[in-house]
Design a protein around this ligand. Structure first.
Ligand code: PMP
Length: 405
């Protein structure tokens, strides 16, 4: 892979921070966006902006075509059975709220049990809690070992006749751990229990085949996979989506409306109330073109080399460094603390040296509580990061450590 060429597709990477080249290591929060995606947004706003589905006029039909072509692209990319199973949302958060509210509301009753894990993002905790407070089921939590891997024996032993649903992240946004979701889904299915997968951290790094995984639902966000902000996807098996009540009501999701009774549109429109961000959706399909052209296996292999190089040098060269998450199967994410240095001070000073890392609880407070911490600093890598940037990060880390320790 020609990383320089790839970098040239991301103009933001040429930016300077405090007179230093920007070293962007906050890719887990959001990735940067290549020209092909930005150009699509500019082109669509410049030539094709019209509301989808409602119009007979040419622009409206073109806008509708853009959206529906993107739906086919995404269906093929994740290997869904049909475009009816691809629902556009505003992001993983909205996708998970949709599943919790609509599917969870249908499946869970008082006294039932839902299985989550301790490494979930708040987006895969809070929607379920809101529902629990209405319905009265209980939430069981799978814990992790010292390497940050799920305790699968504990997971298997949690199933009983009250278990109605499992929701788990494919990859952790803090530990980087890639969970064995295919096996976890098979286990749940052997008990007749459907599984929701939060794929926000998986889709930027590896190819998802929802049929091979046999996931009942799979949620992800465009902005973490080189796409635009404000767009996400919920994949759901048609057999469930058919049975589920709509999540939001409004235009586009109806067949007919009267004050006495409303009937709903067919899938997937039943779950897409209101004007969609069809331009963002079309731009997401360009992000998928980028992933495919670059080769997602090449991306993962490159990121993995950066991860191994940086992890090894941090452990060798930074005294008192602690890295959280040492799973054998791991995304390119390094969550860390050095001695007693506060993660916030660490992040602030790294920024002054041109290095963007994230600090705080990373929307995973239960995981922080598990480790007895309030927060950590996190460096995370994408395809356009280089070994020189890893060196710059390590040099900056040494300087910050020398100042603060
Ligand atoms: N789940 C995980 C694992 C995440 O990392 C994130 C984003 N940090 C989300 C869910 C929520 O994604 P979004 O903010 O794009 O809705």
């Amino acid at each position: 892979m020609d990383i320089d060429k790839i970098r040239s597709e991301f103009p933001i990477l040429a930016r300077k921070l405090y007179n230093r080249p920007l070293v962007y290591l906050d890719n887990t929060a959001t990735s940067q966006t290549p020209d092909i995606v930005v150009n699509e947004i500019v082109r669509d706003y410049t030539t094709t902006k019209a509301n989808v589905h409602r119009g007979v006029h040419t622009l409206s039909q073109e806008a509708t075509d853009l959206q529906e072509t993107a739906r086919v692209r995404i269906k093929e990319w994740i290997n869904a059975r049909s475009t009816s199973e691809v629902i556009f949302t505003r992001g993983t958060t909205e996708s998970l709220n949709l599943v919790a509210s609509s599917f969870g509301g249908m499946m869970l009753n008082e006294g039932d049990e839902l299985i989550l894990t301790v490494m979930e993002h708040h987006a895969n905790i809070v929607p379920w809690q809101l529902l629990r407070d209405r319905i009265g089921f209980s939430i069981k939590v799978v814990t992790i070992n010292h390497r940050g891997e799920l305790d699968l024996d504990a997971y298997r032993s949690m199933f009983n006749e009250r278990t109605k649903l499992v929701s788990v992240c494919h990859a952790s946004n803090v530990l980087g751990t890639i969970n064995p979701v295919k096996a976890m889904i098979a286990e749940a299915h052997s008990h007749g229990v459907p599984v929701v997968i939060d794929g926000a951290q998986a889709t930027p790094h590896f190819r998802i085949d929802v049929q091979d995984l046999d996931a009942d639902f799979y949620a992800f966000s465009a902005h973490k996979m080189y796409g635009p902000t404000g767009v996400g996807v919920l994949y759901g098996k048609e057999k469930w989506l058919e049975k589920m009540p709509p999540y939001q009501g409004g235009g586009e999701m109806i067949e007919s409306v009267s004050f006495e009774k409303t009937t709903f549109a067919e899938l997937p429109y039943k779950f897409e109330a209101g004007t969609p961000d069809f331009i963002g959706i079309s731009a997401l399909s360009k992000a998928i073109d980028f992933l495919q052209r670059t080769g997602i296996e090449n991306i993962a292999a490159h990121e993995h080399k950066l991860l191994e190089y940086t992890t090894r040098r941090m452990l060798d060269e930074i005294p008192d460094v602690r890295i959280f998450g040492e799973a054998s199967d791991k995304c390119a994410i390094i969550s860390f603390l050095v001695g007693n240095i506060h993660h916030y001070d660490m992040g602030m000073l790294l920024d002054k040296l041109g290095v963007a890392v994230r600090t705080g609880h990373h929307c995973a407070q239960p995981l922080m509580t598990h480790f007895g911490m309030e927060g950590v600093a996190r460096a995370s890598f994408a395809v356009y990061n280089t070994f020189e940037e890893c060196d710059a990060f390590l040099d900056a880390l040494k300087r910050v450590t020398a100042i603060l320790q």
